[in-house]
Design a protein. Structure first.
Length: 286
């Protein structure tokens, strides 16, 4: 019996708990080594300060991941370029938070000089960018290029044994084999029955895959490459890091300058990565 698939809410809560645990470990590590002159403070004070900064940094930087995924999926923007831009933006509120915390002992807020402001910004940027890269490298990306899926073997009923050769004996007709029960499908079985079984596209959404059918769509907790491997019997192609499209579902090819999009049923539009334009043209999709 397969374990039940966790709901999106439970999966999100589990991910946040794991992320905060990782950030706590990073905060303790920074408290021990005492970077940027904090080593002069007592260890308990460093622990409280760096743990607070770690959790506050998570609140500033982690939501940017959703913007990165959206920009990559909807606008076909490069992932690491988006990560760089979002780190630069998220460092601004984090810098003011660090300055505010450092001014708590004095009990008054005063505008820091330009040198202090720029120095704090770059110090925060170094740590925030390093942690962001660590999360993206260690956790991996759910939309890696899928390996070539081997064709799924089709089970054949065993052939009846050959009758013993007897000149005067006519073999009795064999009864047709009973119809085998339909095999479970790891992907379709997670979809609501009202969506049917005609898959037209797969779309990555963070750690989930949105399965689009002719009748609707639903989220499945699965990596894109694993979902693509499960629809290997359908002719299709991964046209973008975040999209796999069934060939028979393409209704129209849309071009806007160098950008190419595929129009699918129900008004869905799948972006095409520029590196995939030539393979699609060779395969006579466009």
């Amino acid at each position: 019996m397969t374990a039940p698939t966790p709901s999106p809410r439970h999966a999100l809560l589990r991910r946040i708990i794991i992320d905060l645990a990782v950030m706590s470990v990073i905060g303790v590590f920074l408290a021990i080594i005492g970077p940027f002159g904090s080593i002069a403070a007592p260890l308990p004070e460093r622990l409280v300060t760096w743990l607070g900064f770690a959790w506050l940094g998570y609140a500033c930087y982690r939501p940017m991941q959703a913007i990165v995924c959206w920009g990559e999926r909807a606008l076909a923007l490069p992932r690491w370029g988006m990560l760089t831009a979002t780190c630069l933006v998220a460092t601004v509120p984090m810098t003011f938070a660090v300055l505010a915390v450092n001014m708590l002992p004095s009990g008054e807020w005063r505008w820091p000089g330009l040198e202090v402001l720029v120095g704090t910004y770059f110090s925060v940027l170094v740590i925030g960018s390093a942690v962001t890269v660590l999360f993206n490298v260690v956790q991996g990306r759910p939309a890696e290029a899928p390996p070539a899926a081997a064709p799924m073997p089709v089970s054949q009923p065993a052939a009846p044994p050959a009758p013993v050769s007897e000149p005067a004996t006519i073999p009795a007709p064999t009864a047709p084999p009973p119809l085998a029960a339909s095999a479970p499908h790891p992907l379709l079985d997670q979809l609501p029955p009202e969506l049917g079984s005609q898959i037209i596209a797969l779309e990555m959404e963070d750690h989930y895959v949105r399965v689009h059918t002719m009748l609707g769509s639903a989220l499945v907790l699965m990596r894109l490459r694993d979902a693509v491997a499960l629809v290997g019997e359908i002719e299709g192609m991964q046209v973008h890091r975040s999209w796999w499209v069934a060939r028979g579902a393409v209704e129209e090819v849309l071009r806007e300058g160098r950008n190419v999009r595929l129009r699918l049923p129900r008004g869905i539009e799948a972006p095409v990565a520029r590196a995939q334009v030539a393979p699609l043209r060779d395969a006579r999709w466009i």
